[in-house]
Design a protein around this ligand. Structure first.
Ligand SMILES: [Fe+2]
Ligand SMILES: [Fe+2]
Length: 163
């Protein structure tokens, strides 16, 4: 189906969760591209973060990389189950030579990811895909832990996501 005729994420049609299976496949492919991005970012950032005060978060980022890979596999499986083709293209990964900037990129990506998966749970349920919604809920729990880890490393509270 042509992409233009579909409601974009955040359109009213999305907000009340009435979406087609074809649209769900598209959105899950956006999620998969974001998971690939997260894998790449965590692989690289965990190795290039320098400085004594970042050593413990660097270890955590390494663990995140492995979790993001598992998420990617779960999401690809759901796309295949729905009859779609899992994407092979990651979202672009930002780079910086500053530790704090890297942590900020990760925090922003986790926040975007959490927002997307919250929508996805509702959309899966609206299509009667309850098992898929459960898989995404399990991923969501880990993304929220990632977000907390990053906010903590930056010495902040996790962003307020109510709205
Ligand atoms: Fe993930
Ligand atoms: Fe994550």
């Amino acid at each position: 189906m042509p992409k233009k005729s579909m409601p974009a994420a955040g359109d009213p049609a999305d907000r009340d969760n009435r979406i087609s299976r074809a649209r769900l496949i598209e959105l899950l492919n956006e999620d998969l591209a974001r998971e690939y991005q997260a894998i790449i970012a965590y692989v690289v950032y965990s190795q290039v973060l320098k400085g004594a005060k970042y050593m413990s978060i660097a270890k955590e980022l390494e663990a995140h990389a492995g979790e993001e890979l598992k998420h990617a596999i779960i999401i690809a499986k759901q796309i295949d189950y729905l009859g779609g083709d899992p994407t092979v293209i990651p979202n672009k990964v930002k780079t910086s030579d500053k530790a704090e900037a890297m942590l900020r990129f990760d925090l922003q990506n986790e926040t975007d990811t959490i927002r997307a998966y919250r929508d996805r749970v509702r959309q899966c349920e609206s299509l009667g895909e309850f098992a898929m919604a459960e898989h995404i809920r399990a991923i969501l729990m880990q993304e929220q832990e990632h977000q907390i880890d990053l906010a903590t490393a930056l010495g902040e509270d996790p962003p307020d996501m109510t709205s």
